[in-house]
Design a protein. Sequence first.
Length: 342
Amino acid sequence: MATPTPLTTPSTPPHRVVVLALDGVYLFDLGIPERVFGGVHYAGVLGAYEVVSCAATGDRTVTTSTGLTLTLDHGPEALESADTVILPPYDLSRFTADLPEPVRSALAHIRPDARIVSLCTGAFTLAAAGLLDGRPATTHWALADEFRRLFPQVALDPAVLFVDDGDVLTSAGVASGVDVCLHLVRRDHGSAVANQVARQCVVPPWREGGQAQFIIQPMPKERNEGTGATRAWALERLDRSLALRELAAHARMSPRTFSRRFQEETGTSPGRWLTQQRLNQARHLLETTDLTVDRIAAEVGFATANSLRQHLHTAIGVTPQAYRTTFRGRSEKPGEERAPRQ
């Protein structure tokens, strides 16, 4: 991999990410935070993150899901200095709703102002610790019934890839761990950096739909019966109104059949999917161009600037101008350096 061209060197200490590995941890997922947050270096932002792994016990050992025993560099005391804590998934056969004392003690080291993230089955530990009570959360779709049985006090949504509830984030299975880590990079440093990290990881910067697209569904009789080609076609025409009948006609389906197939394949409706794609493009333009809000609204297919404002506020709670200010700064021009957010 080529050495990156430095764009920004933070003057503040790096954001410290501590990965808490519990017995039964899956090795693939244990490496996701380092791969994603470490990739910010190759996006040209030097020293943005420091990623370390720790065990829940003082002997610093952890047994993986495959039976390997690892000795980590840190024990639970590392959590005291964490800005973000990430709990990767583990073999649920080792889980008990009453947390073992070493795990409970380890979690007690986390600072009140730290950001906490679970990947897949890591949500079970957060829920058992009471950290998800009354909050929205997700986990792997196949474990939704068991999760609800154990933790009815959590507002579980098994249809999404991840849930961002501010200081606590939860994600679904395996690849969604990459999704939520990229999302955090996007929150901290903007879409341009997150997109570059995604390219280094050879993954999409933002995946469409939710977990519904990964639940086993009956296969179409013919390969050309899906909606993927129509979605690609629509992405090139976001400045148009794109009514359901037009989308269905492109896919050579009735509107009813198209809507049903679309929901099965993406986990959302055509209308909601289009709105999300328009918002994604609007956010990209707000970050990378000086186009007015009116022009951006027209470019991405919202009828008016006010419509864009309303949709953006509903989606992420801010106005277009506030979003632009947050991710570019008041005086920044496209292409200029931007100090990273901590």
